[in-house]
Ligand binder design. Structure first.
Ligand SMILES: O=C(O)CCC(=O)C1=CC=C[C@@H](O)[C@@H]1C(=O)O
Ligand SMILES: [Mg+2]
Length: 305
């Protein structure tokens, strides 16, 4: 079947710039692709790259879209190269109907630094019980002190709740060990620290594998497994703790589905701060493939003005 193909770049400014060890992210740019069938039905998909995670750049995605003919078919879509994972996701999901996903548990992202404490209260009051906090943004002694207050403020009251820490690869090995020792002690006192996400840079996989065997607190790989190729490599090198899956940059949903059906991996699905177009498709995939005991990192989606 042939589809009439159009694409529309978008640009959205974050209400609160996202502060991580990678820096401050102020504007999210992406592309909405539309595929119109002969009967007039239109399917949409979203291309939302995060090049610093290993996906293609927005420019590369735009160049790919511009290189396509006006009419394309599913054969061309399923042959999009693995070097364009965000395009693979955007075009493939534009092909498929995405029914409303069943209800999922959501995790709320807290801002880095001490503003996390005040930000957590309204989120907790609105029902969130899982929170993710960015670390390796401020000096570790400052963050450990803030974490102490955060735990007292919310986590201890969290019946069946949890807190996740995301370092975006910004800790040194010694800092990672200090965070893990701190979390293990809190875990021993009944605080549910669900995991520490990407404590070390992608280049230190072996050290993270060793850490994962040395502490009770679990580790989740994110930047290390951002594309399906990287995920398969980490799996083949022995990673069996948690895999963060960002559907919009992982690549082909059908290839991801195949891998998850062949390998029972522990996954947590995560947003790339996409629009509702990508979010709907991503939540559908999450509801299909995620271990339902892990909240999905798509909470508070009103990140934009
Ligand atoms: O996973 C979540 O809970 C929310 C999404 C999220 O934290 C991120 C999305 C995109 C890039 C990063 O800034 C960050 C992450 O590292 O997981
Ligand atoms: Mg992360």
């Amino acid at each position: 079947m042939k589809y009439l193909f159009t694409f529309h770049p978008y640009k959205r400014r974050f209400i609160h710039p996202v502060q991580t060890n990678h820096g401050v992210w102020e504007i999210r740019e992406g592309i909405i692709v539309s595929l119109k069938q002969e009967d007039g039905q239109v399917g949409q998909g979203e291309i939302a790259p995060i090049p610093w995670f290993g996906s293609e750049t927005l420019e590369q995605a735009l160049e790919f879209c511009s290189s396509l003919p006006k009419q394309i078919d599913s054969e061309l879509i399923l042959s999009i190269p693995d070097t364009l994972p965000a395009c693979q996701f955007g075009f493939e999901t534009a092909l498929t109907e995405t029914p409303e996903p069943p209800s999922l548990q959501f995790s709320a992202l807290l801002p880095a630094g001490k503003s996390a404490i005040d930000a957590s209260i309204p989120l907790w009051q609105s029902g969130y019980r899982t929170f993710k906090w960015k670390i390796a943004v401020n000096p570790i002694d400052e963050e450990l002190a803030i974490f102490d207050l955060l735990v007292q403020k919310i986590v201890q009251n969290l019946a069946n709740g949890a807190i996740r820490l995301d370092a975006n690869g910004g800790l040194s090995l010694d800092e990672a060990k200090l965070w893990l020792e701190t979390c293990d002690k809190l875990m021993a006192n009944g605080v549910n620290i669900e995991f520490i996400e990407q404590p070390l840079p992608r280049s230190q996989f072996e050290q993270m594998l060793e850490l994962s065997a040395s502490y009770n607190t679990k580790l989740a790989l994110d930047e290390s497994v951002a594309t399906l190729q990287n995920l398969e490599t980490c799996y083949s090198k022995g990673w069996r703790q948690i895999f963060v899956i960002k559907p919009l940059i992982i690549g082909s949903p059908s290839k991801l589905r195949q891998f998850c059906q062949q390998n029972q991996i522990d996954t947590v699905f995560s947003s790339v701060f996409e629009t509702d177009v990508g979010r709907t498709a991503a939540l559908q995939l999450a509801s299909e493939l995620s271990h339902h005991n892990r909240a999905v990192g798509f909470g508070i989606n009103h990140w934009f003005q």
